[in-house]
Design a protein around this ligand. Structure first.
Ligand code: ATP
Ligand code: MG
Length: 419
């Protein structure tokens, strides 16, 4: 019997995982600098948390959740996204304090039972941030400006930021009525999904991906914003223009989750095909109170890591390449019980100098080792031959220039730093 991955889930193997590690390292470094602290919550939550926050009419709750009953008969769900978990945790542990914004970020797996395809998995990873106890407009503009700086860190260039404003609660209510009128008139053209949305939450029809509906959706009325919401939207746009962040307004952008209010946004990239959205978010002022917390505003976003890495690749940006300077291949031509300590000292030296080691033992053929070192893009090769070993030395070959030096094992740290 052969076991395989669960459908729509994927192993991240050595060779690929290095890009993920570098992505995570740079992300943490960036968010740390911007004042965000990491939060980790369990992968499993009470089903009701997602039903209450994401909304019954959303695709996620309606048909994508991995829900099961545990041994005690409780309904639990593998998290499909993390905003609800973060807000639950912030309320539960009283992290929200008066007059103090709470800046949190997370990295982790999410689960949705969707049809697997390129860029759409059943287990996928997100990086996300939540800014709780914050208010539009400055905060929302800052988030969008930060996204641009974050993409700059990786060199991503071909993306589009789309924004919309869902207005005040009253704006949205009136808009829902107008949409209901419009789509009821065209009910016969709606697919089963959208008929369901028409009765549950008509705004969600705008989110439909059915190509047959796009014409109808395009012709639907746009939201009419109150002065308050209009001013907010204007202020955000002004800040974006001042910061040199390019954006487009998309009146049909409503986002798939029920909890959004005010400014919402999405980032798409070229070269990803149908699954072109890499990041999405917006303001969700009602959520904290609706989950039992105080009446504080909040906003945030989530980015799909697989899609982001694919977008980088599509632009020819290689994270693995950036790691090259740290990779050291160790050609162990001498190998036996007595040489273990020798290699342990090399490993400790690599650790102290912040390098990554790839140890290979066996054979007497140095040419084969060097070929392998080149294949994995090592920057340096440490050679432990019989001669070196007897004299307690190693040779270090710079794989770019081809130059080679020999150094006592006791001075390996210094040599690695200067090679
Ligand atoms: P889509 O429109 O592609 O279904 P979504 O609106 O459901 O996306 P969000 O819930 O806003 O997505 O999640 C934020 C980001 O997470 C998306 O922009 C995308 O990059 C990523 N993402 C969402 N679902 C998946 C999935 N099944 N596989 C891989 N990445 C995903
Ligand atoms: Mg989706």
């Amino acid at each position: 019997m052969k076991f395989q991955n669960v459908k729509g889930m994927k192993d991240i193997l050595p060779g690929e995982v290095e890009s993920w590690q570098l992505f995570e390292r740079r992300t943490r470094q960036f968010l740390d600098a911007y004042g965000f602290q990491e939060i980790r919550t369990p992968v499993i939550e009470a089903t009701e948390l997602f039903q209450r926050s994401i909304g019954e009419a959303s695709d996620i709750v309606h048909k994508e959740m991995y829900t099961f009953e545990d041994r005690g008969g409780r309904s639990l769900t593998l998290r499909p996204e993390m905003t609800a978990s973060v807000v639950r945790s912030a309320i539960e542990h009283r992290l929200i304090h008066e007059n103090e914004p709470l800046y949190l970020y997370y990295l982790g797996p999410m689960y949705r039972a969707e049809r697997p395809q390129a860029g759409r998995k059943r287990e996928f990873f997100q990086m996300g941030v939540e800014t709780i106890n914050t208010r539009s407009a400055v905060n929302d503009a800052e988030l969008l400006i930060m996204i641009k700086s974050y993409f700059d860190v990786f060199g991503l260039q071909k993306y589009k930021i789309k924004i919309n404003n869902l207005g005040t609660e009253n704006d949205r209510l009136q808009y829902a009525n107008r949409l209901k009128e419009y789509f009821t008139k065209h009910r016969d053209q709606l697919d089963e999904d959208s008929q369901f949305r028409l009765s549950k939450n008509v705004l969600r029809i705008l989110d439909s991906k059915n190509p047959d509906l796009q014409k109808l959706i395009k012709a639907a009325p746009a939201i009419e914003l109150s002065k308050e919401a209009r001013d907010d939207f204007e202020a955000i746009q002004k800040l974006l223009r001042e910061a040199g962040v390019a954006y487009e307004i998309d009146h049909r952008l409503v986002r798939g989750l029920d909890y959004y209010t005010g400014c919402v946004f999405e980032v798409t990239t070229a070269g990803l095909g149908a699954q072109d959205a890499i990041l999405a978010g917006g303001r969700y002022d009602g959520l904290v109170a609706s989950l039992g917390g105080s009446h504080v505003g909040a906003s945030g976003f989530a980015m799909g890591i697989e899609r982001f890495l694919m977008a980088l690749e599509a632009e020819g940006i290689s994270l693995a390449q950036a790691l090259k300077t740290n990779l050291v291949y160790v050609a162990g031509l001498v190998h036996g019980e007595s040489s273990c300590g020798f290699y342990r000292q090399i490993a400790q030296s690599l650790f102290r100098t912040g390098k990554q080691g790839r140890f290979s033992f066996g054979g007497k053929n140095i040419a084969k080792h060097l070929k392998q070192a080149n294949k994995i893009n090592a920057a340096l090769t440490i050679i432990v031959g019989e001669n070196e070993y007897q004299k307690k030395e190693v040779s270090i070959k710079n794989m770019t220039t081809g130059s080679q030096v020999t150094t006592p094992l006791a001075k390996l740290d210094e040599a690695l730093k200067s090679c």
